[in-house]
Design a protein around this ligand. Structure first.
Ligand code: SF4
Length: 415
């Protein structure tokens, strides 16, 4: 580098609150983080439409579980945005997980009252019109459908939760943007290859500000089944991958352990760690190793697993699906069930003679499924509830999430 040349670093602010349940202290931590992030306030002040995207991935839990964004954090973020721009149209927008009810999710965490205090409206993005957006140079996608409300925002704010995720390591800012898409696209992402799809989505949906909520975070079997952690942390910045990298470090994950970050860097969409300036609290002072999902695991004698070098997504998804089937008293009804995961898994002659008791999991084993060697659960990684539903069907019980074929959305020329 020549003398005097300056590298522009991407700022990520880390602040803390001693009490995640104190509205005053949470507001103070959010305000302090936003004070440390440069450049956003003028853009917010000039915007006509500001859209804030929380993470409401479940519709029946409060934010104290760590599963969804804290309403106290949302209150503080909306307050800061309203102070920066008293005139803008302010919208809290979300499309909750496939099969769930966004309006119920808003009500469950009391967002209507909070939004009203800041003259914001709530938008269920499942009710929105969805428009195609081209992804030039996309790793895997040519096009993605996004809610009109999000596309028309002059200033988009991403307010995810810090959570471990059984399929992809952690979920913070990058993955939260899936909630800007219709259900069909979410299903297509899982069928096509979730990690590269997330990176492609982040090429075209670019929040101007990220305020990641680690006040009550989640460890273990996230994104919905883990254990809350009263972490008391806010991570803020203007680049999703940079915020995710710092959030990962705070949770004890190196960047190369987080597939979406690794791929983002490989595909030129990430920010190398040396180009990030952490301001506020230091990573070393705040970091706490979060419990991860664990494999192998104890499973009943009637279960056989053939693991052909599966990714974490398939391994952890299967572990959680089996736990759920046990809790639903389904597994005990099956005399024997064989699970096949990973590209190297082979269905041997003995198992091939009984395809009705085999569950073949994931996109990379589609050929084995096509040969009729077992029941197929699509996805890359597959949705956990589809694996459990397959066991329910084998046991003669109703599927809880409807027909499997409704979740098989292939990439096609239209995309
Ligand atoms: S389907 Fe195959 S490639 Fe996809 S997550 Fe599972 S093991 Fe990995």
């Amino acid at each position: 580098m020549s003398m005097g040349a300056k590298t522009t670093k991407t700022t990520v602010a880390v602040t803390r609150t001693a009490d995640p349940f104190s509205p005053e202290l949470v507001t103070k931590a959010v305000d302090e983080a936003l004070r440390l992030v440069p450049g956003w306030r003028g853009k917010a002040a000039a915007a006509e439409r500001i859209v804030v995207k929380p993470n409401l991935t479940a519709d029946n839990v409060g934010w104290e579980t760590g599963v969804v964004t804290s309403t106290l954090v949302m209150d503080a973020v909306l307050g800061a945005l309203r102070a920066a721009n008293p005139r803008a149209e302010l919208t809290v927008a979300e499309a909750t997980a496939v099969g769930l009810d966004t309006k119920k999710a808003f009500a469950r965490v009391g967002l209507a009252e909070t939004a009203a205090r800041h003259r914001a409206r709530l938008a269920d993005l499942n009710d929105d019109e969805h428009l195609p957006v081209s992804i030039p140079g996309g790793a895997i996608l040519k096009k993605v459908y996004i809610a009109r409300t999000v596309l028309e925002a002059d200033f988009l704010v991403d307010v995810p939760v810090l959570k471990t995720h059984a399929g992809v390591g952690i979920t913070v800012a990058m993955k939260n943007l899936k909630g800007t898409m219709p259900a069909r696209e979410k299903k297509r992402f899982h069928n096509t290859g979730l990690i590269d799809c997330i990176v492609d989505l982040n090429r075209v949906v670019k929040p101007a500000l990220v305020v990641a909520d680690g006040t009550v975070a989640l460890e273990g079997d996230g994104p919905v089944g883990g254990t809350p952690v009263n972490f008391g942390v806010i991570v803020a910045g203007t680049h999703t991958a940079a915020v995710d990298l710092v959030a990962g470090r705070l949770m004890g994950f190196a960047p190369d352990e987080i597939d979406a970050l690794r791929r983002a860097l490989e595909l030129g969409q990430g920010v190398p760690e040396e180009d990030i300036a952490v301001v506020g609290e230091s990573v070393a002072a705040v970091a706490r190793p979060f419990k991860r999902a664990v494999f192998p695991f104890e499973h009943p004698d009637n279960v056989c697993i053939v693991d052909g070098k599966a990714c974490t997504g398939c391994r952890e998804g299967l572990r959680i699906a089996i736990d759920r089937a046990k809790a639903q008293e389904v597994l005990a009804l099956l005399p024997r069930v064989g699970f096949f995961i990973g590209p190297g898994a082979k269905v041997g002659p003995e198992d091939a003679a009984h395809p009705e008791r085999n569950v073949i999991i994931g996109k990379c084993l589609k050929d084995a499924a096509n040969k009729g060697q077992g029941r197929w659960v699509p996805g890359c990684p597959p949705q956990i509830f589809l694996i459990t539903d397959e066991m329910r069907e084998m046991a003669g019980k109703d599927r809880l999430f409807g027909r499997k074929k409704d979740f098989i959305v292939e990439d096609d020329d239209d995309h």
